[in-house]
Design a protein around this ligand. Structure first.
Ligand SMILES: [Zn+2]
Length: 392
């Protein structure tokens, strides 16, 4: 450190930022206590009680607030200006508590270079991608357009594999959608090709389910440990429960061998009734994601924290919902210990949230409503040591 001629040292601050007095919840280390979080050099430096405010350049007072690892949303669509789905990542994610998102297959091999250069590399939100196995990605939306898997000529494992291998730093898995409007009768063949690509790449495969043409158990047969089913609780025919509301034995068996079941709320893929039937059978989602895209940002999804609030209303604890959008979400795509946890040395990704008490009406994708007593709201989000506030 430099001293001036009079021998006075400039005061050296130990932290760039101090988040003081919040209730820190980090399920990954069983932590739920009032703590101060010191950030230095873009990393979490210290978590302890009573760090003096004068040790930091900037202090965020978080008394009465909840402080969690920066939230991770493993199913979003953040590739805007191409096709019907994409939204701007920063206002809807980073400014609303989410520091890391996984884009679930908006881009295929033909569009990933554009997604990379013009969106991922420019966003402040950390974006990782699942490459759509179909090279045109989600550039159309099915009816009245051609669904992406209706013509199998666009589903060539070799093309997907080559694109992933050029972008291993950003692409963390593969995605494919199984709804009859997007596939026609081709879903099982698409599944086989997706399996081939995922095996070659040794990456997880996420499948979207929603009234698939092929019976779900047959598709699940080709799912392996670490693969993800999204829209698991969609309430449509050919889902994970039978007509009597009982979980299919093939679904229970898939979970036992390590297939993960994600929420992926979306505009058409989450049913309170269905979720309740599964919870009654002790079948909780492995991860809670929003499936945020253009048609649901003004409801029923709004953002990830609203989706998490719906699970508080359904009876999960605050710890259970945070865990499913932090450490568990980080593990799905092997983000390592750098994110999803508030440990010294981890990335300085932090969400400061408010747990409001009152009466809140929540809607599912079918327009059914339920009233909850708690709602999680974003207060400020820290990513790479910088603070982002809700824009609306
Ligand atoms: Zn989606």
């Amino acid at each position: 450190m430099k001293s001036n001629a009079l021998g006075n040292s400039p005061v050296r601050k130990r932290f760039d930022l101090l988040i003081r007095g919040g209730r820190v919840i980090d399920p990954s280390q069983d932590l739920d206590a009032v703590r101060d979080v010191g950030i230095a050099g873009g990393k979490i430096a210290r978590i302890e009680a009573n760090i003096p405010g004068d040790e930091a350049l900037e202090v965020i007072e978080a008394g009465g607030k909840i402080v969690t690892p920066g939230l991770i949303d493993i199913h979003t669509h953040v590739f805007p200006y191409v096709g019907p789905y994409g939204i701007e990542p920063d206002p809807y994610c980073l400014h609303r508590g989410v520091t890391t998102v996984v884009d679930a297959g908006t881009s295929g091999a033909f569009s990933f270079p554009v997604f990379r250069k013009f969106i991922i590399e420019r966003a402040a939100t950390r974006i990782r991608a699942l490459l759509h196995v179909v090279s045109i990605g989600m550039i159309a939306g099915g009816t009245p357009n051609m669904g992406e898997l209706e013509d199998l000529r666009y589903c060539v494992p070799k093309i997907a594999i080559e694109e992933v291998n050029k972008n291993r730093d950003l692409i963390v898995g593969l995605k494919i959608r199984f709804s009859r409007g997007y596939t026609g009768p081709n879903d099982y063949e698409g599944m086989k090709r997706a399996r081939e690509a995922a095996d070659e790449l040794r990456l997880p495969l996420m499948i979207h389910i929603g009234w698939a043409h092929t019976a779900l158990p047959k598709l699940l047969e080709l799912m392996k440990k670490g693969d993800v089913v999204t829209h698991s609780f969609n309430g449509r025919p050919n889902g994970i429960i039978d007509e009597d509301g009982k979980l299919l034995p093939e679904v229970i068996e898939a979970r036992q061998r390590g297939v993960l079941f994600d929420v992926g709320h979306g505009a058409g893929s989450f049913s309170f009734d269905m979720m309740e039937k599964c919870l009654q059978q002790d079948f909780l989602p492995d991860t809670i994601s929003s499936d945020l895209y253009s048609a649901n940002i003004d409801g029923p999804v709004f953002d990830l924290v609203t989706t998490l609030s719906k699970f508080l209303m359904l009876g999960l604890s605050l710890r259970q919902v945070i865990e499913r959008a932090a450490a568990r979400a980080a593990r799905v795509f092997d983000f390592g210990a750098e994110i999803g946890a508030l440990r010294p040395g981890a990335e300085a990704d932090v969400s400061v949230l408010e747990l409001r008490e009152g009466k809140f009406v929540f809607a599912d994708s079918g327009g059914k409503t339920r009233t909850g007593r708690q709602k999680i709201e974003p207060v400020v989000t820290i990513r790479d040591g910088k603070a982002y506030y809700p824009t609306a």
